[in-house]
Design a protein around this ligand. Structure first.
Ligand code: GDP
Length: 463
């Protein structure tokens, strides 16, 4: 276990109303007592848990650094499960730095990213899927993704996984009793029960796996690309979307630095708008990125906004794109309807067999019209794939979880087949244990240390 005491600045650095230095571990209260002088002159060590004291932060020479509040939470009833003290200072960079320095000088160690949450996990306060939900809450971009993360933190996924594990444990007990005491008077394994439970769990796991695509979309956003020949209005569209719907985020997980991605919040669904071919960039940036690269983005996109210009004749490039994108999830943006039309809009494309009538298309002037009809069209297209989210209470948002479920399912299918073929029970037992192990990876019971380290490394310091 860990017997050292850790500390970090838990709030963002910069000017703010308050800034918090968080200390956790066996020495937390003792260390806090040396930097914090309570106005009532009492020691924090004598305070019960969940107490707030008003006082001053002082350096070892007795010089006052700041006025502050000290919040005392005693283990195991704290975030980490250990004694925790939060020193709430004024939120200035220098004040917080100095306070932290004094705390470190008194024997605390600077916390690694996510170490507070990692301790909560290792102390059994939360399981691994809940710890991951903490990262997701911090990074949520829209109301919907936040809801999902909160549900996961509250244990919606953990409970589902646990229910699978309990059913499988029952089978393991039966199978192993039959293996260990073949001659004893133990009731034969009931074949029907065994098959029924395995089939049921396989079905439930499959349903959970099926939520993964939606979950990932809500966590990471729908990768959206605007395409179309030059001058049709791509950057006009990009700019209007960003001006009217930009989500307040700066950091997107998984974003490579060589592309510009902006996050839009449209009706609570996050859209990651990839600026292909650097629509907003200078000419040399376009050069840098290259046409091939732009095509790659189109290939990877979840949603394509294909812009066409109704004031100019359709050209080879328009036709090529219409054809190339035929199977993709796309919305046609038929732009510049304020100018004289050179072709007849969606109806004429359908008539000329260039477009399936079911493909959503919006005729618009990006210069003059409201974006509302276009946004509605985009949302309803995306929602078609998302509808079941409302009904499922646990949703898979991470590929790590999905992978573990897929492997657990494969083990169970193997076990079921082995059982149906009447092969030795030892073989069935192997499949059951394998599945239990994979399910345990999600909640953290059977996960390897290096994976745990990788997960917590995604956190910010102080969390
Ligand atoms: P891009 O090359 O596809 O990114 O196209 P732009 O967004 O740069 O637009 C090309 C030109 O068309 C610009 O001068 C825009 O102001 C103009 N434009 C864009 N949308 C409309 C529209 O709906 N009506 C009119 N009249 N002009 C537009």
């Amino acid at each position: 276990m860990f017997n050292d005491t850790i500390a970090a600045i838990a709030t963002a650095m910069g000017e703010a109303g308050i800034g918090i230095v968080r200390i956790s571990g066996g020495e937390a209260i003792n260390i806090a007592d040396q930097v914090f002088r309570a106005k009532n002159r009492k020691k924090l060590a004598d305070a019960p848990g969940f107490t707030v004291r008003y006082g001053k932060i002082v350096d070892p020479q007795g010089k006052v650094i700041d006025e502050a509040l000290a919040v005392i939470m005693r283990g195991p009833h704290s975030y980490t499960g250990e004694d925790v003290v939060e020193l709430q200072c004024h939120g200035g960079v220098v004040v917080m730095r100095k306070t932290l320095d004094v705390v470190l000088a008194l024997g605390a160690r600077l916390a690694e990213p996510g170490e507070f949450t990692k301790r909560a996990f290792l102390n059994g306060r939360i399981d691994l899927s809940q710890a991951e939900a903490v990262i997701d809450i911090v990074r949520s971009k829209t109301d919907r993704s936040l809801d999902l993360a909160v549900q996961q933190l509250e244990g919606s996924l953990s409970r589902r996984i646990q229910s699978f594990r309990e059913k499988l444990y029952d089978l393991v007990v039966q199978v192993n009793a039959a293996i260990d005491f073949p001659e004893d008077d133990i009731p034969e394994i009931e074949a029907e029960h065994m098959q029924a439970v395995l089939t049921e769990v396989i079905g439930e796991i499959t349903r959970l796996i099926d939520t993964a695509d939606n979950g990932k979309v809500l966590r990471e956003g729908i990768k959206t690309v605007i395409t179309g020949k030059p001058n049709v209005g791509k950057s006009s569209l990009l700019n209007r979307l960003l001006d009217e719907n930009r989500a307040l985020v700066t950091d997107i997980p998984g974003t490579t630095r060589d592309t510009i991605e902006e996050v839009l919040n449209i009706s609570g669904i996050p859209f990651r708008l990839v600026d292909t071919a650097g629509i907003r960039q200078s000419a040399d940036r376009i050069e840098q990125l290259g046409v091939e690269r732009a095509l790659e983005y189109v290939a990877e996109a979840d949603l394509i906004l294909h812009v066409l210009d109704v004031s100019r004749e359709l050209e080879e490039e328009d036709m090529r794109l219409l054809k190339e994108l035929a199977d993709r999830k796309r919305v046609l943006v038929i732009n510049k309807i304020d100018l004289p039309w050179r072709w007849g809009g969606k109806a004429s494309l359908v008539e000329a067999c260039l477009l399936d009538p079911d493909v959503p298309a919006v005729e618009i002037s990006l210069l003059e019209d409201s974006l509302e009809p276009l946004l509605e069209c985009i949302v309803s297209l995306v929602m078609e794939g998302l509808v079941q989210i409302e009904r499922e209470n646990a949703i898979i948002t991470r590929s790590r979880h999905k992978q573990a479920l897929v492997e657990a399912r494969a083990d169970l299918e193997q076990a079921l087949e082995t059982f149906n073929q009447g092969l030795p029970l030892d073989l069935i037992s192997i499949g059951l244990f394998g599945a239990l192990e994979h399910l345990g990876e999600i909640t953290g019971e059977t996960v390897r240390d290096n994976i745990i380290d990788r997960i917590f490394a995604q956190f910010c310091i102080g969390k």
